[in-house]
Design a protein around this ligand. Structure first.
Ligand code: VGL
Ligand code: ZN
Length: 200
C-alpha cells in the first residue's frame, strides 16, 4: 500500500514532508515484489474542515474540535483535481491496481486508508482486500506520523499481518519526536518493520 504519494506531501508542496521525495524511488523499486499494489490518495473538497483556512482566526498547527474529535489544522492540501493532489510525476503508477480516495467528507478527516478518523465510514479498502483474499499488507509512504501510522494501525486491528517498509516512509514531525513515537506505537500494536532492501 502506497500511502499518499502526492505532490502536496513532497518538498515544495502545500504540506511538504522533509525528504518525502526520497520514498518515490523506494515505491518504484518494491512494487514488483507484490501481487497487488494499492495507492491511497488524500482527496479533499475545497474548504475541507481540516484546513486552517476554513476556520477564521485559526492557523495551521492549531488544534480544534471537528465532529467531536480533536483535529490538527493543516494548510490547504490535496484539493480534488488540483496538481497538488496528483501522484508524484516520478511515481510509477503503471502497476497500481486500485486507488483508494479518502478525506472527501468536509466534516471529518481521514488519515487511515481504511476509515475516517471517527471510524464512521469505510473507504472500501477493507472490502477490496477481502475480495482479493489478502492476508498480509506492506505499508509505506507519507506521512509516517499521520496517514501511514493510522493506516498500519487499522490494518493490524483488522487482522492483517502488517509490515511497514521503514525506508519508504517519512514523517511530518509537527512536534519533536513524533516520527519516533509513531514508529514505537506501530511496533507496540504488532506492526512488523522491514527495510526495502530486505524484500524480494
Ligand atoms: C496527511 C495530514 C493531513 C498524510 C494527510 O497523508 O499523512 N497528513 N492530511
Ligand atoms: Zn489531508
Amino acid at each position: 500500500m502506497l500511502v499518499d504519494l502526492q505532490n502536496d506531501f513532497l518538498p515544495g508542496g502545500a504540506l511538504g514532508v522533509l525528504e518525502g521525495d526520497q520514498v518515490i524511488p523506494v515505491a518504484n523499486r518494491v512494487q514488483e515484489y507484490f501481487d497487488i499494489v494499492i495507492a491511497t490518495a488524500d482527496w479533499h473538497p475545497p474548504g475541507h474542515g481540516s484546513f486552517a483556512s476554513s476556520h477564521p482566526g485559526c492557523k495551521a498547527g492549531d488544534v480544534i474540535e471537528l465532529s467531536g474529535m480533536p483535529q490538527v489544522l493543516w494548510p490547504d492540501h490535496c484539493v480534488q483535481h488540483t496538481e497538488g493532489a496528483e501522484f508524484s510525476p516520478h511515481l510509477n503508477t503503471g502497476k497500481i491496481d486500485k486507488v483508494i480516495y479518502k478525506g472527501m467528507d468536509p466534516e471529518i478527516d481521514s488519515y487511515s486508508g481504511f476509515f475516517d478518523n471517527g471510524r464512521r465510514n469505510a473507504t472500501g479498502l477493507e472490502t477490496y482486500l477481502r475480495d482479493q483474499k489478502v492476508d498480509t499488507v506492506y505499508v509505506m509512504g507519507l506521512a509516517t506520523d499521520y496517514c501511514v501510522k493510522y493506516t498500519a494501525l487499522d490494518a493490524v486491528s483488522l487482522g492483517y499481518r502488517t509490515w511497514l517498509i521503514e525506508d519508504g516512509c517519512r514523517g511530518v514531525g509537527v512536534a519533536e519526536g513524533d516520527v519516533e513515537r509513531a514508529l514505537a506505537e506501530m511496533k507496540a500494536a504488532g506492526v512488523r518493520v522491514v527495510k526495502s532492501g530486505d524484500l524480494g
